[in-house]
Design a protein around this ligand. Structure first.
Ligand code: PLP
Length: 212
């Protein structure tokens, strides 16, 4: 069996819960490297750059309509329209300007996406995500004014010994907003994230190998 598919099956058996979606993060890898997992029937794939995602996925998406594409990286405003065209999910919604542009393009393209609001859960100056103190206002702006379909929160917590604390905090914020989905956990910490009710894990290197 192909090693990518083998790795995927291994992750799946560790998760052992069919309600949890595995977003196979294929950023930096060429399509040939991803194809075995597509052929195996996996549906959810993640990318972090709009242009790279377009060149890899535009054609194959037409052939395989069951594929769901996830934008997990920082999204520039000038790429918002392309992102609405290509993706099904955006995990990195974190500012009002981007939100209003996405809503505008949803209307003009007559398409609705699913969104996670990215939270800067560790309050780290260099990291993306909305501040915890602005989360409520931003959430209601997105849902009430813009009618965006916000399905959950997403975070990349500081990778330190306090990681479970951040996971728990995000899980609690998610509950307060009555959100059903949670995007938490990567290759090195998804097993911890499972304890905090994550529903979407974003796994790259443990499936596709190390990125160069
Ligand atoms: C690259 C990336 C991942 C996957 O990381 P791995 O450690 O390779 O599993 C998950 N989430 C985001 C936001 C990423 O940029």
């Amino acid at each position: 069996m192909n090693s990518t598919v083998e790795n995927f099956k291994n992750i799946k058996s560790l998760i052992n819960n069919s309600n949890i979606k595995i977003v196979a993060v294929s950023k930096t890898f060429p399509l040939q490297h991803i194809e075995p997992l597509i052929d195996y029937g996996h549906a959810h794939f993640g990318e972090n750059k709009v242009q790279e995602a377009q060149s890899k996925w535009k054609l194959i998406r037409k052939e395989k309509p069951h594929i769901k594409l996830h934008m997990i990286g920082k999204l520039q405003s000038n790429k918002a329209k392309d992102a609405v065209t290509l993706f099904d999910y955006i995990h990195s919604l974190d500012n009002p300007k981007l939100a209003s542009l996405l809503a505008k393009h949803e209307n003009s393209l007559n398409k609705k996406l699913n969104y996670f609001i990215q939270v800067n859960i560790g309050n780290e100056p260099q990291k993306a995500g909305i501040d915890i103190k602005s989360l409520d206002d931003f959430f209601y702006y997105c849902t009430r004014e813009l009618k965006l379909n916000i399905i959950g929160l997403m975070a990349i917590p500081p990778n330190d010994s306090k990681e479970p604390y951040y996971f728990k905090h995000l899980m609690e914020l998610n509950k307060l907003l009555n959100l059903k989905e949670l995007s938490l956990g990567m290759s090195n910490d998804f097993e911890v994230a499972l304890k905090y009710d994550t529903t979407f894990v974003r796994i790259g290197s443990s499936i596709f190998g190390n990125r160069t």
